[in-house]
Design a protein around this ligand. Structure first.
Ligand code: COA
Length: 268
């Protein structure tokens, strides 16, 4: 592995580690291909809250334990017999996790190390980057179970890869290879499984070289494109630019460029 992890918080269903300004969440239920049950989602929420709060953490990598799956979706065995009220809570919890990842003020990378199916793919597409291993298989197979995606795919996937391809994935429920996912813009990069974590950390290390406040403002402005009309989005961008420009980092970045030296970011 690229990093020697030096700080670990213990959970039951995930492994949460921190090293060198990067946090790593590993979904750790390999016996069920890292399927997400209620407890795992709750643990992810606490870890994500910690990532947001910890000023030393500047990027997050999410991956799955083992070499077979990133995450095979919602835990079917657990939600099968849930009363509707509990099912609703479970669906809301999944949405909460994906939305929290999407809105996190720090960049999030999904290192997809095998199957990313159903809720597993929905989790990955809420991240800012996806790096997939060559053996990865991605898809929204819910239709084959007589159900439909419930953690954002009908909305986020359409915005990410367009209506045509999103309908193909959701209505046919077939898995696609990592290479096909790359071709349709669903993932950023495909690498052999043995290099996946190194590549994800390499990307995280590049990101933590940037000003954290500039990353935060740029990420939120990009996300605004999904929620607003073009004129509203452009207004948001202009206001964000002005707010960011008044930060110490913006002043430092411009000064450092003119002085032909590396900027020293303060994150404010
Ligand atoms: N929820 C709960 N358990 C799951 C699961 C899920 N989403 N996906 C896999 N598992 C479990 C299997 O039930 C199996 O457990 P068992 O050994 O107790 O029977 C274990 O993980 C290994 O899966 P298995 O199906 O035996 O592996 P495989 O290599 O033959 O097939 C998949 C892999 C991913 C193709 C297959 O597991 C699958 O289709 N999973 C469901 C994917 C899905 O529909 N997700 C959306 C859910 S809404």
């Amino acid at each position: 592995m690229y990093l020697e992890v030096d700080n670990v918080m213990s959970f039951k269903n995930i492994i949460y580690e921190k090293k060198d300004n990067i946090a790593i969440i590993t979904i750790n239920r390999p016996h069920v291909l890292n399927a997400l049950n209620r407890d795992t989602l709750l643990e992810m929420l606490s870890a994500l809250t910690d990532v947001e709060k910890d000023p030393n953490i500047r990027a997050l990598v999410i991956t799955g334990a083992g070499d077979k799956a990133f995450c095979a979706g919602a835990d079917v065995k657990e939600f099968k017999d849930k009363p509707l009220v509990e099912l609703l809570e479970f669906m809301e919890l999944g949405h909460k996790v994906c939305t929290m990842i999407e809105n996190l003020s720090k960049p999030v990378i999904a290192a997809v190390n095998g199957y990313a199916l159903g809720g597993g793919l929905e989790l990955a597409i809420a991240c800012d980057f996806i790096i997939a291993s060559t053996n990865a298989k991605l898809g929204q197979p819910e239709i084959n179970l007589g159900i439909m995606p419930g953690w954002g795919a009908t909305q986020r996937l359409v915005r990410l890869i367009g209506l045509r391809k999103a309908k193909e994935l959701i209505l046919l429920g077939e898995m696609i290879s990592a290479e096909e996912a790359l071709q349709i813009g669903l993932v950023n990069k495909v690498v052999p499984l043995e290099r996946l974590k190194d590549e994800a950390f390499k990307l995280a290390k590049k990101l933590i070289e940037k000003s954290p406040i500039a990353l935060k403002f740029a990420k939120h402005a990009i996300n605004a494109a999904l929620k607003t009309t073009l004129p509203e989005g452009l207004d948001y961008e202009r206001m964000s630019f002005i707010a960011l420009y008044s930060s110490e980092d913006a002043q430092e970045g411009i000064k450092a460029f003119l002085e032909k030296r590396k900027p020293v970011w303060k994150g404010r």
